[in-house]
Design a protein around this ligand. Structure first.
Ligand code: N01
Length: 537
């Protein structure tokens, strides 16, 4: 059997499933390679206790097919991991894409062959594939980050990373458990772990802003309404700034009188979900507006947490939303439990991991289990691990100089890497949107592009360096006009030791981005070099 395909897709999450389907529908031969044993991407591996999505379930799914949308009903406002994984299996089966997928297959390198104008893809298992197009669907948050604590391997108990949780049950009952990290994964898992643990120690470096999820069951009646409103929801998603079917606030926090402002904040707090962060339209750009909302959340934390010392340590002091906003269920309430202790790493940093637990500057905490909720090498980590080698033998790692200068065109392609596409790549709106909405836009744009190339007998497509530099500058200029770049976070890469600080997300809005991408395509793929077979000869 030939191992040559029109396209090799890497990853079988939301991106890989839809890309595979589109390519197959459009008559391209496609093979999708997935490291894990099944579809699901991050939802197949981040199985930690309490793992839920923070986008509302009715819009955290494929919207391109009304039939698919109508066939699936979510049980909860915010779906748990296992239900999302079931959904992705359902979608892959309905779209009949598993036949094109090969699981348990990790890409170890992909090299551009200039002479044959194709990619040569090798897997860890020693298989070789060739393909005209290489399409990455590896996601932005799929390479776990475990900080290099001294003595990490000496721990005699069990340790787990939230993003690589075992597929078999982990017995937490009656155990002494330490959780390091209080981002989304920590905040979701801590209340659940507390229900099982005999003693729970939370090792917190930075206190986080979180607002209530207020998760609940979706009634049959609501589901029927959501199904009936398919066209409306889709239209609102497509028109929206962030890929959600909600109308953006038009009110400024500083510009709204105090009484009205408080009432608005109370109302969105009660409503729950990520829309709390959008109560006003200037939280992300105006420090004074941000302070108002930040102080409102701090007041809620003060009201909730009883221990005065603990509460002080839990009060965040960065600009709200400049770290990924978190929604929670009983997170701060958990610190009122007798057996839960917060360890403020600003006061007593971790010195090392010992055989029996975690040694801080003050004392050793004896533990049976350590949970690393320490996040991901986001945006570029997984792409770089693929060992992609472009024209003239230049690797993506060299091109991006170990993160010093990550430049892409639209977050969709990289100069020097012909016929290579990245779904929700760095410098696209990606993680600052409802990600499936961004994925659909990218997959459809790539599909249209490949059809255009086929129709016009174009052999290779590649961004020009100039277009790439301009796009990267535009991304950075927009980011610098906001408060996002003022905080250390995985958005800026500062969570990874040695990674150069930047900001690899296009913040101009998914709606504007859609327009830019479609104008570029409409202008014959402006900013790209297109070469026909004749030109290559
Ligand atoms: O990771 P994070 P995450 N010593 O990077 C701490 C998505 N997601 O897995 O803030 C001590 O946010 C670090 O501290 P600090 C979502 O987009 C979505 O929680 O850097 N602590 C921080 O507290 C999310 O944003 C969902 O000072 C260390 C934590 O570890 C993204 O994934 C659910 C440390 C890491 O937080 C990542 O979330 C889960 C060290 N050396 C995830 N290094 C939903 O849909 C790091 N930390 C709801």
């Amino acid at each position: 059997m030939s191992n040559h395909f029109d396209a090799i897709v890497i990853g079988a999450g939301f991106s890989g499933i839809y890309m595979t389907y589109k390519l197959h529908q459009d008559g391209f031969t496609v093979k999708t390679l997935e490291k894990a044993a099944g579809v699901g991407g991050v939802w197949n591996v981040a199985r930690y206790p309490g793992a839920h999505c923070d986008s509302e379930s009715h819009c955290y799914n494929f919207m391109f097919s009304e039939e698919l949308y109508r066939k699936w009903a979510w049980s909860k406002r915010f779906a748990p991991q296992e239900e999302i994984l079931r959904y992705l299996n359902f979608a892959a089966d309905e779209l009949d894409v598993k036949k094109q997928m090969q699981f348990n297959t990790e890409v170890s390198s992909a090299k551009w062959d200039e002479e044959k104008t194709q990619w040569q893809i090798l897997t860890s298992e020693g298989e070789e594939f060739t393909a005209t197009y290489l399409i990455s669907g590896v996601g932005c948050l799929s390479t776990s980050n475990i900080p290099n604590f001294e003595g990490r391997d000496n721990f005699a108990g069990e340790s787990y990373h939230t993003g690589a949780w075992p597929h078999t049950p982990v017995d937490l009952k009656g155990k002494r458990i330490g959780v390091i990290g209080t981002g989304s994964s920590g905040v979701q898992s801590i209340p659940m772990i507390a229900q099982e643990a005999a003693e729970l120690y939370v090792f917190q470096r930075t206190p986080q802003f979180t607002s209530p999820a207020r998760n609940r069951t979706i009634t049959e009646e609501e589901n029927a309404q959501l199904k009936a409103d398919y066209a409306g929801i889709r239209e609102r998603i497509v028109a929206s700034y962030a890929g959600y079917p909600y109308v953006r606030s038009t009110k400024s926090a500083v510009g709204t009188p105090e009484e009205e402002r408080l009432a608005m904040l109370e109302a969105t707090w009660e409503k729950g979900g990520l829309s709390f962060g959008s109560t006003f339209n200037d939280i992300g750009i105006n420090p004074n507006s941000n302070d108002i909302v930040s102080e409102f959340i701090r007041s809620k934390i003060r009201e909730t947490v009883k221990n005065p010392e603990t509460v002080e340590s839990l009060l965040p002091n960065y600009y709200y939303t400049t770290k990924r906003p978190i929604i929670d269920t009983n997170y701060h309430e958990t610190y009122n439990k007798e057996h839960v202790t917060l360890i403020d790493l600003k006061e007593q940093p971790i010195v090392r991991i010992t055989k029996s637990g975690i040694q801080t500057a003050e004392k050793e905490y004896s533990l049976d289990i350590i949970v690393y909720a320490t996040g991901y090498d986001a945006m570029t980590g997984t792409l770089l691990k693929l060992n992609i080698i472009g024209r003239d033998g230049v690797t993506l790692k060299e091109k991006w100089a170990d993160g010093a200068k990550v430049e892409t065109y639209l977050g969709l392609g990289v100069s020097g890497f012909p016929n290579f596409f990245t779904i929700t790549g760095p410098q696209s709106p990606s993680v600052l949107t409802n990600v499936p909405a961004s994925i659909e836009q990218h997959v459809e744009w790539i599909s249209d592009c490949l059809q255009y190339l086929k129709m016009n007998q174009i052999k290779t497509i590649e961004p020009t360096e100039e277009a790439e530099q301009q796009w990267s500058k535009q991304c950075m200029d927009i980011a610098n006009s906001t408060l996002y770049t003022k905080t250390d976070s995985w958005y800026t890469g500062s969570n990874i030791e040695g990674k150069t600080r930047g900001f690899l997300i296009y913040l101009g809005g998914l709606n504007s981005y859609r327009q830019i991408c479609s104008d570029i395509a409409g202008n014959g793929y402006e900013g790209y070099q297109l070469k026909t077979t004749e030109a290559i000869k």
